[in-house]
Design a binder for this molecule. Structure first.
Ligand code: HEC
Ligand code: HEC
Length: 255
């Protein structure tokens, strides 16, 4: 096991300072009394992340390497049909079910499922293994005091310069787990379908709001821009939104 203070880490921290300076340290925009503080706290956070990563890498390198790069169930980047591909299904109810099944290629993709777990712990990677290190959802899905998601997941994907089993740490300003009533892990397509259109379990959305959410929510958008080293969800968010709309227009039937 490599020591976490080894030469590799020192090199990596230095490179990461150089590499991330312009984009990561938003502090440069804050001249005056906030400037130095901002930069210092970003530096601290960077150091914290690099330390954590070095530890993770040294502990679980072999295991994670075996499971990550493009290995598993994903069938390539595009792989999503548009609603017109289902036009030949004459019966609207049957067409509706087929449309949802197509949209579920996105919903049940690991990029989405990893944040919609049935437990209090997110999952990671294409094989949807338990998040390492252990983290827990807390009251609003963003972690608990002392172990918040944002300690590691910043407001954007963070590309790593050090060689690691994954190329980047995912990021988004609202990074956190979907509420437990929106859990998808372990459920069938039919169960997820019923849940997604149930306002008691979908955040109080009617079908129109659900379409809009699917088509334009910027957290969902992360699924198609998940950062270096991670396979994107199939198709595009636009196409996904069109499928959801077509599913609703045909009566929102569940498979
Ligand atoms: C100590 C640092 C750390 C904390 C805290 C942390 N994460 Fe992570 N998380 C990571 C790293 C590093 C990765 C990338 C690992 C990988 O891709 O294999 C990751 C990956 C993920 C992924 C997988 C993305 C994918 O599709 O593969 C999800 C989901 C996730 N984290 C959610 C969360 C949530 C939600 C929280 C808070 C409750 C959280 N994380 C807290 C470090 C952390
Ligand atoms: C970083 C974690 C995260 C990722 C990744 C993520 N979600 Fe979510 N999702 C959430 C959170 C948090 C909510 C609740 C917020 C809300 O309702 O606006 C949510 C809510 C939803 C909802 C509305 C509620 C429901 O269940 O009907 C849909 C639809 C949804 N997500 C779809 C997706 C899809 C599709 C993907 C992948 C392309 C995805 N999500 C990836 C965290 C995530």
């Amino acid at each position: 096991m490599r020591g976490i203070d080894g030469p590799a880490l020192r090199r990596a921290s230095k490179e990461s300072d150089l590499f991330t300076e312009p984009s990561f340290s938003r502090g440069v925009h804050f001249k005056g009394r906030h400037g130095p503080f901002f930069q210092a706290s970003h530096k601290r956070r960077e150091r914290y992340i690099m330390r954590t990563l070095a530890l993770l890498t040294s502990l679980s390198c072999a295991a994670v390497l075996a499971s990550v790069p493009g290995s598993a169930q994903i069938s390539g980047g595009s792989g999503l049909q548009s609603p017109s591909a289902f036009a030949s299904i004459a019966d609207p109810a049957a067409r509706s079910r087929a449309l949802f099944t197509e949209a579920a290629k996105v919903i049940m993709n690991p990029r989405c499922m990893n944040c919609h777990p049935a437990s209090d712990r997110p999952t990671q990677g294409n094989d949807m293994h338990q998040h390492s290190p252990p983290v827990t959802r807390g009251n609003n899905g963003t972690g608990v005091a002392g172990n918040t998601c944002s300690a590691c997941h910043t407001d954007r994907n963070f590309t790593l310069v050090e060689r690691s089993s994954y190329g980047s740490i995912p990021g988004h300003p609202r990074w956190g787990l979907a509420p437990i009533e929106m859990a998808w892990e372990g459920k069938s397509i039919g169960q997820i379908c019923l849940q997604i259109k149930d306002p008691n379990r979908n955040g109080g959305r009617n079908l129109a709001l659900l379409t809009e959410h699917a088509a334009s929510d910027d957290l969902i958008a992360w699924g198609w821009a998940p950062g270096a080293g991670r396979d994107p969800a199939p198709g595009t968010q636009e196409l996904f939104g069109q499928l959801i709309k077509a599913w609703i227009d045909t009566g929102a039937q569940c498979p």
